[in-house]
Design a protein around this ligand. Structure first.
Ligand code: PXP
Length: 240
């Protein structure tokens, strides 16, 4: 299973003091050297963490897979066109949210999403849609002819250790099975930690996890290398 580290929070720390450190590119290279397979970053409309220059520098530095998360807007699609990440993940975005809440409403977004998907696909980048584990959304993603979906694991993460943990886990398994049966590549992420990752890592249809907050939090306590290696160990342990 591939592990992508989301390095947004490295930029959050940098921006908090207006310094040039810590450098997200350097963090990305440490992650890759420590067992991550790829790097994920989210260029938000308000540029609260990752900035345009970071995206360009990350593209130049990451020679494995660079996954750029973005809202489905003309501005963002033009940036993707210029920077050419390996994967573009469209996510819903609201200014007031602390992090991405909920998945895309693929059906509700209709033609505006289709136009963004088509433009990115025509420029030969892989398109991924961040969606809830919901059959209707998955079928709509397939209808847009995207190659990949990222299942939102946030509800499972919230439920972890609570009575509805099993329900949320089963929803993800059913969604992963359904998506794979439609020929979609299936990845997952949001809210995953060393404690809750095992059940998701054990789902055979899921090929990649995108993990940010928990790894950067662990890095404060155990070094970035140690945090990536520890996450890798938990994932690999659940996979065997
Ligand atoms: N996947 C997507 C689409 C996201 O928006 C985020 C958060 O930026 C993540 C994965 C990583 O989530 P977390 O930081 O909770 O690990």
């Amino acid at each position: 299973m591939r592990l992508h580290i989301n390095i947004d929070h490295v930029a959050t720390v940098r921006n908090a003091r207006g310094t040039i450190y810590p450098d997200p590119v350097r963090a990305a290279l440490v992650c890759l050297a420590s067992g991550a397979d790829g790097i994920t970053a989210h260029l938000r409309e308000d540029r609260r963490h990752i900035r345009d220059a970071d995206v360009r520098a990350l593209r130049a530095a990451v020679t494995t897979t660079f996954n750029l998360e973005m809202a489905a807007t003309d501005e963002m699609v033009n940036i993707a066109d210029e920077v050419h990440p390996d994967v573009v993940t469209f996510v819903p975005e609201r200014r007031e949210e602390r992090t991405t809440e909920g998945g895309l409403d693929v059906l509700g977004m209709g033609n505006s999403l289709a136009a963004c998907v088509n433009k990115v696909r025509a420029a030969k980048m892989r398109v991924s849609l961040f969606i809830a584990p919901d059959h209707v959304q998955i079928a709509a993603a397939r209808d847009l002819q995207v190659e990949q979906i990222e299942l939102h694991t946030g509800e499972y993460a919230h439920a972890f250790g609570r009575p509805n943990e099993g329900v949320e886990r089963d929803k993800l398994q059913a969604a992963a099975t359904f998506a794979a049966s439609l020929g979609l590549l299936v990845v997952a992420g949001h809210g995953l930690t060393r404690d809750n990752v095992a059940a998701i890592a054990a789902m055979r249809e899921i090929e990649e996890l995108n993990i940010g907050h928990a790894v950067i939090a662990d890095a404060l306590m155990m070094s970035l290398t140690g945090a990536v290696m520890a996450m890798r160990t938990h994932i690999d342990g659940a996979r065997t």
